[in-house]
Design a protein around this ligand. Sequence first.
Ligand code: ZN
Length: 196
Amino acid sequence: MPDLHIVTYPHPALLRPARPLVRIDEELRGIVRQMFALMYEAKGVGLAANQVNLPYRLFVMNLSADPAKPEEEHVFINPVLSRPKGSEEAEEGCLSLPGLYAPVRRPAQISINAYNLEGEEVSARLEGLAARVVQHETDHLDGILFIDRLSPTVRMALQEPIKEFEIIYHSKQCRREIPDNEAIIRQLEVLEQLRT
Ligand code: ZN
C-alpha cells in the first residue's frame, strides 16, 4: 500500500461512486490507521476513503478531532443511511476543498447502518454534528461533494473559488505533478478489482 494523501477537488476519485468492501484484513486496518492520521493532521472530523484515492465504501470519524481521544474514533464500512427527518442548515467545509466553507441544508436526524473494523454490524440514530458528518461522508462515497448541495445563490457566490480549485488542479496536471485523469481512473479500476 503506497503512502496515502488527501486528494483535492476535482480529483476523479472524488467524483466517482465508491464500491462496497467485501473483506476486512490487516491491510485495511493499516489504511484506516493512515486515514485517521491524515484526518487529525488536517484537523478534520471525518474522512472518506475516496478522499485518499481509494475507491471503497468506508469513512472514519472523530467528532473531537483530537487524536488523544481514540475512544471517539468510529469506522463505518459500507454505510447505509435511512429515515431522514427534519431539516437544518449549518456551515460545512471539506478536507478536499481546503479553506472553503458554506452553509449546507441537510436532514437534522438520520439513521446509519454499517460495519465496524471488527466486522460487527452497527446502527445508530444520529442528530447534530454526528448526523451532518455521516451525511457529508456518505455523500463522498457516492461521488457527491458539499458544493453539490449548496443553494443556487451560495453556489453562484462561490463560483470563483471553486473554479480556482479546478485551475490549480489542471495546472498541476500540466506540470505532471499529478497523473492525468485517465491514469488515475485506470489505477482506481485496479484497486476496485482488488477489494470489491
Ligand atoms: Zn468532505
